[in-house]
Write a protein that binds this ligand. Structure first.
Ligand code: BGC
Length: 750
């Protein structure tokens, strides 16, 4: 017999089970705000309403682009036109490099002065930015590890803190809307935005994403140090069949609901007041035109009350790229009726003009426009912008303060994964002579990735000189005289491999830093996941010297390195650990910190046949189908941990009962360290084929040598649920198995 729950009821309990506490709740207008918005709306002209739905980029109101050699200049006339004539509701971005915080204040003050002093209804502008790993576009801000790393910390509290600091620094810059977190699931390793995600697992990403939102928004987005988050990119963007950015995803509705929707559900439950639409298409339907996803599911089922904003130019693209609209005006009609409330146009006023015409002709009903504007005004009011839209100069003082930098250093350390350590090559003593080589050894951009100072993040000359690259951090750690440096190769060209090999022979150890340059979106497309051949060549020739090699991978996605892993004594899979990444790596390499990070994605061994950890029974007929370089959840430490006494409190549970699970974890090594204890669940038989196992809980504990702690988890019917054949979340009785480390216990759901 199957048990079907009503979907909305189940979603609520399911999300509670995912670990949201009562402090956060879905975004909605307070009664006072709802009343005020209603009254303001009643005074608005159609033009004013359509203006609120229009979002432009700062480039559209600029006189001079900011570059590394020249300062950005606003065009006051264009700005005045944008705000007074078109009444644009929102402005975003930089053109094209980060600003000093004082300049941000100048810009925001100017914009808001126009808005509140020179327009009829004095509606403030909502300024938005991609502050994805810190305040991206504010010079000197605290730039944390990227999403893939944050998830590798498995540390909810830390991620909450990062959300808090990012909001503080963004708000200190005068900006109140952050296009983050990315709630797309990272299950396609070629995709050049993999590093922006919280990894491949639904549960981990939901937990990390909602922790971030909790920190970023607190209980009130209107607090002076909080802001409005934006979940992106709703939904299915991250799974392009061919791996290239903005190419088709093929995801059935059942799989969409199983893997891609839950993270967004979690973000909405955590209180996110805005959602950005998937810039691509799912099953042949460009998401900006998808009424089913944007209205029936998002509004009807998930009860989302905030703003749906388009992604960059994507309404136009329904005509120019997707060709589902025969004219640009038709594209506007389709998108607005599908459920898009605000158009990231972003360089002109075409959306404004077309929507005005459409409304006047009656092809877009005024009630749809009112609905969208109500949501936009609600977010602005809840943010407190009507009371005070101006930056607070006092907040500048704490920008990148020591407290924030320390959190960042800790985050970087916790986010780096030790994936190999043969014969305890690591940690090194501080008395060794080291050769540092490889293209990522002496650059900051390679540790930060995209959305750092510039969109692509690859303008090395703009990076803060006081921050340490891996090379600089190692020099600082063991003294200049003990470190030699030969670049070896660039990302794709031999520079002086011969010299690097010669130098290796005269040193005790080689720290070999490989990986990828910084990139963002389509600019990072690749057709082969294998690391560039010249880097593999450098590695092989260095390894042939017989010197111990510590391989450090700095990259946005897991590039295939299977041909060189055997030759490395130790591997640090560091992905994008942020501005403190150099220091963190040096701390780990020389034993000042024992690694705790666990992979948030499967690290593949082969370019094809990519398989995630939660593979299906049909994939396990051949032996070793899940044969990755390193598995999801994997990561070594400088100590060892023993697991024992896995206990469940009953062998049979009823649907409305909870199962308690406990396990003892002992530090069996010689140093104090932390461990991430992971709980997996396997549904042994199901009416649709069930994954081999799924993460359903985790906890981080710290243990002294010899110390044992008992870790407890609870499982309830929501953990046991899945999307059934009817595309609805169901629970089926039967046999289940829990796994913690290598220990297993079975139970039966009656
Ligand atoms: C990206 C979004 C981003 C937006 C605004 C787009 O190209 O896909 O993630 O928020 O630009 O910068």
């Amino acid at each position: 017999m199957k048990y079907f729950f009503s979907l909305s009821c189940l979603i609520i309990i399911y999300l509670t089970a995912l670990g949201f506490n009562n402090e956060t709740k879905k975004f909605d207008a307070s009664p006072v705000v709802a009343e005020k918005v209603k009254s303001l709306l009643s005074e608005m002209t159609l033009e004013e309403k359509v203006g609120q739905m229009t979002l432009i980029t700062i480039e559209a109101v600029s006189e001079q682009q900011g570059t590394k050699d020249q300062h950005h200049v606003l065009d006051d006339k264009k700005l005045e036109e944008a705000i007074k004539k078109y009444q644009v509701g929102s402005i975003i971005n930089v053109f094209d490099v980060s600003h000093e915080i004082d300049y941000w204040h100048e810009i925001i003050n100017k914009i808001q002065n126009f808005a509140v002093n020179e327009t009829r209804l004095k509606i403030p502008v909502l300024y938005g930015i991609d502050a994805i790993h810190g305040a991206t576009y504010t010079k000197g801000s605290t730039l944390f590890p990227q999403g893939i790393n944050m998830a590798a910390t498995w540390n909810r509290k830390l991620v909450e803190k990062i959300g808090e600091i990012t909001s503080y620094e963004t708000r200190a810059s005068g900006i109140t809307w952050n296009f983050y977190p990315v709630m797309d699931i990272g299950r396609q390793p070629l995709w050049p935005r993999l590093w922006e995600t919280y990894g491949e697992d639904v549960y981990l990403a939901s937990q990390i994403g909602s922790s971030y939102i909790k920190g970023a928004q607190g209980n009130n987005i209107g607090a002076p140090d909080k802001l409005a988050t934006c979940l992106k990119h709703y939904v299915g963007y991250s799974f392009p069949v061919n791996g290239r950015d903005r190419t088709p995803s093929w995801i059935s509705e059942r799989m969409l609901r199983e893997y891609f929707l839950p993270t967004f559900e979690a973000g909405i439950s955590a209180g996110a007041p805005s959602v950005m639409v998937n810039s691509g298409e799912v099953d042949g339907i460009p998401t900006h035109s998808d009424y089913h996803l944007l209205t029936e599911i998002l509004r009807g089922e998930l009860n989302f009350k905030g703003i749906v904003v388009s992604d960059w130019e994507d309404i136009k693209r329904l005509y120019t790229r997707d060709k589902i609209a025969e004219t640009p005006k038709e594209a506007v009609r389709i998108a607005v009726l599908a459920g898009v409330d605000m158009s990231m146009v972003p360089k002109d006023y075409s959306f404004y003009e077309y929507l005005l015409e459409l409304a006047k002709e009656g092809s877009v009903p005024i009630r749809r426009i009112d609905e969208a504007v109500t949501r936009i005004l609600t977010v602005k009011m809840e943010l407190g912008l009507f009371e005070n839209p101006f930056p607070d100069p006092e907040m500048k003082k704490k920008l990148a303060c020591d407290e924030f930098t320390n959190v960042n250093l800790n985050a970087a350390r916790e986010s780096i994964v030790l994936t190999k350590n043969e014969n305890n090559v690591l940690p090194l003593t501080k008395k060794v002579k080291v050769l540092v080589t490889g293209p990522t050894a002496n650059m900051l951009s390679v540790m930060n990735g995209g959305w750092t100072i510039t969109w692509q993040g690859n303008e090395e000359s703009l990076y803060p000189k006081e921050k340490n690259t891996v090379l600089e951090a190692i020099r600082e750690k063991i003294g200049l005289e003990n470190v030699s440096y030969v670049e070896g190769c660039s990302f794709d060209k031999d520079i002086n491999i011969v010299d690097a090999v010669k130098e290796a022979k005269g040193n005790d150890v080689v720290v070999l830093c490989l990986g990828e340059p910084a990139y963002c979106e389509g600019e990072g497309n690749i057709t082969d996941l294998t690391l560039n051949s010249v880097q593999l060549e450098l590695a092989k020739r260095i390894m042939a010297t017989g010197k111990p090699v510590v391989l450090v991978m700095l990259e946005g996605r897991p590039r295939i390195i299977s041909s060189i892993v055997d030759g490395a004594g130790a591997v640090l899979t560091a992905f994008l650990p942020g501005m403190e990444g150099g220091n963190a790596l040096a701390d780990i390499i020389f034993g000042d910190y024992s690694p705790v990070g666990k992979l948030s994605v499967t690290y593949p061994k082969y370019t094809n046949g990519n398989t995630t950890y939660d593979y299906k029974p049909i994939e396990s007929f051949e032996p070793n189908v899940y044969d990755p370089q390193w598995a999801f959840g994997y990561g070594l430490s400088y100590t060892t941990f023993g697991y024992s006494n896995l206990k469940i409190d009953k062998a049979e549970m009823k649907e409305d009962e909870e199962l308690s699970i406990s396990v003892d974890v002992t530090n069996t090594g010689n140093i104090a360290s932390e461990e991430v204890v992971q709980l997996y669940l396997s549904d042994l038989y199901g009416s649709v084929s069930r994954p081999n196992k799924q993460l359903k809980g985790f906890d981080r504990i710290s243990l002294n040598p010899g110390e044992t702690k008992t870790v407890s988890f609870k499982i309830n019917k929501e953990h046991l649920s899945f999307i059934g054949r009817e595309n609805k979340r169901i629970v089926e009785p039967g046999e289940f198995e829990v796994t913690v480390n290598t220990l297993k216990e079975k139970f039966v759901l009656k």
